[in-house]
Design a protein around this ligand. Structure first.
Ligand SMILES: C[S@@+](CC[C@H](N)C(=O)[O-])C[C@H]1O[C@@H](n2cnc3c(N)ncnc32)[C@H](O)[C@@H]1O
Length: 360
C-alpha cells in the first residue's frame, strides 16, 4: 500500500471512530451557561490539538475582533449590543444570556413548535432567546471556554474550497459571515429566523461589516452561487435533511464544499429543537443528496465535496453510504458497539480532565 492510501485509510478510520463515539454519547451540556468572570483562567493544555491550534491562530484573533464593537472588550460589546437592541440594561442582558435555555423552552411551547411545521417556523421567526444564547456562546468561544467552531470551519474552507464565495446556512447572529468577510471572502448569511437575521444586521452595521442576507422563509438560495457553505450546529434543526441538502448542493458551484455537523442530543424538554438523537439517517440523507466526505473539520464537523448526482458513480456511492450508515447490519453493529463506545467516550473525557488538571 502506498503512503497516500495508508493515510487516507487512516483518515477514514479515524472519521468513522470519531463519528461513532460522537453518536454514542450525544448529550452536550444543558442548563444555565457559565460566566467566565466567576472562573479561574482557562487552561487549554488538555485541548484537542486542532482546537488549540485554531485558538492560537490569526483567524481566531479576527473572530475575536468581529465580536468587539470599537474599543470595548468582547464581553462589554456583546452585552452592549443586546442591551441596546432589546432595550434593557447590560446586567439584564447578562442574566438573559445565562438563562437563555429556560426562555427558549417557553418560546418553543408558546409557538407549539413540536406540534406542527407551522409552529416550528413560527418559533424561529419570533425567537429572541437565541440572540442571547448565540452571543454568549461566541463570548465563551473567545475566552477559550468552547470549541472555536467557526474558526475551524473557516480554516477548512480556506484549504479546500475552489473559490472565495461563502454562504453561512443557519447563520444565527452572523458571526461566521463576519469571519469569512474579514478574511478575503464574500459572504452571505441565510437563516429561517427573521429575528436572528435582524439582530445580525444590527451587529454588522455597528461594526461596518458588508454581508449579504437571505431570509429563507421568503427567498430561495441562488443556484451555483457559492464555493463553500458552512452549516454549523444547524442541520439538526432541519426536518427534511435530504431536501435541504439538495438545495445546498444546487447552491454550490462545481467542486464546492459543505462544512457541517449534526448537533444530536438525547430527547428532553430542553432539547426539543434538536430533531435527531442519532445521526446515521441525517448523514445518509446528506450523502445521498450528492456530498462525499473530504475529512473531519473539528468540533464534530465534516467537510464534504459536491459531486454529480447522476450516473453509476453516484448510485454506487449512495449504495455504499446506505450499507455503512443505515442498512440493517449497520444498525445491528451500532447497537452492539454502543456500550464499548460509551466507555471510550468516558475514558477520553477522564483523560482530558486529567491532562487539563496537569496530572501525568
Ligand atoms: C444553534 S443555531 C447556530 C447558529 C450559527 N450557525 C452558529 O454557529 O452560531 C441554529 C441556527 O439554525 C437556524 N435554523 C433552524 N432551522 C432552520 C432551517 N430549517 N433552515 C435554515 N436555518 C435554520 C436557526 O434559526 C439558528 O440560527
Amino acid at each position: 500500500m502506498s503512503v497516500t492510501t495508508d493515510r487516507s485509510l487512516y483518515k477514514s478510520l479515524r472519521l468513522g471512530l470519531w463519528r461513532a463515539m460522537q453518536s454514542a454519547a450525544p448529550q452536550a451540556e444543558q442548563g444555565e451557561y457559565i460566566d467566565p468572570l466567576d472562573l479561574p483562567p482557562v487552561d487549554i493544555n488538555g485541548w484537542d490539538p486542532a482546537c488549540r491550534e485554531a485558538l492560537e491562530s490569526p483567524e481566531m484573533a479576527s473572530f475575536v475582533d468581529a465580536l468587539r464593537a470599537g474599543e470595548r472588550s468582547v464581553r462589554d460589546s456583546i452585552l452592549g449590543d443586546l442591551a441596546e437592541y432589546y432595550d434593557m440594561t447590560p446586567e439584564q442582558a447578562r442574566k438573559a444570556c445565562l438563562n437563555w435555555e429556560e426562555t427558549s423552552v417557553d418560546e418553543w411551547r408558546r409557538t407549539n413548535a413540536s406540534g406542527s411545521d407551522a409552529g416550528r417556523v413560527e418559533f424561529y421567526r419570533t425567537t429572541q432567546s437565541w440572540s442571547f444564547d448565540l452571543s454568549w456562546w461566541a463570548y465563551l468561544q473567545s475566552e477559550g471556554r468552547a470549541d472555536p467552531s467557526n474558526v475551524l470551519a473557516f480554516r477548512f474552507a480556506q484549504q479546500h474550497a475552489p473559490g472565495r464565495r461563502h454562504l453561512d446556512f443557519g447563520s444565527g447572529i452572523g458571526i461566521t459571515s463576519q469571519l469569512f468577510a474579514r478574511n478575503g471572502w464574500s459572504s452571505t448569511s441565510a437563516d429561517l429566523s427573521s429575528t436572528l437575521l435582524d439582530f445580525a444586521r444590527f451587529r454588522h452595521q455597528n461594526r461596518g461589516d458588508e454581508i449579504a442576507y437571505i431570509d429563507l422563509h421568503t427567498d430561495k438560495l441562488p443556484a451555483g452561487a457559492y464555493d463553500a457553505i458552512t452549516a454549523i450546529d444547524t442541520l439538526a434543526h432541519v426536518p427534511d435533511v435530504y431536501t435541504t441538502c439538495r438545495e445546498l448542493h444546487a447552491a454550490l458551484g462545481p467542486d464546492g464544499i459543505l462544512v457541517a455537523n449534526f448537533d444530536i442530543r438525547a430527547a428532553a424538554p430542553e432539547t426539543e429543537w434538536h430533531l435527531y438523537d442519532d445521526d446515521l439517517r441525517p448523514v445518509y440523507d446528506l450523502r445521498r443528496a450528492g456530498f462525499v466526505p473530504i475529512g473531519p473539520a473539528g468540533y464534530g464537523m465534516v467537510g464534504y465535496r459536491k459531486t454529480p448526482t447522476r450516473g453509476l458513480g453516484h448510485h454506487l456511492r449512495v449504495a455504499g453510504a446506505w450499507l455503512m450508515l443505515v442498512s440493517p447490519p449497520r444498525r445491528l453493529a451500532r447497537a452492539l458497539s454502543q456500550p464499548l463506545l460509551r466507555s471510550l467516550v468516558r475514558l477520553r473525557t477522564r483523560l482530558r480532565a486529567h491532562q487539563a488538571a496537569g496530572q501525568p
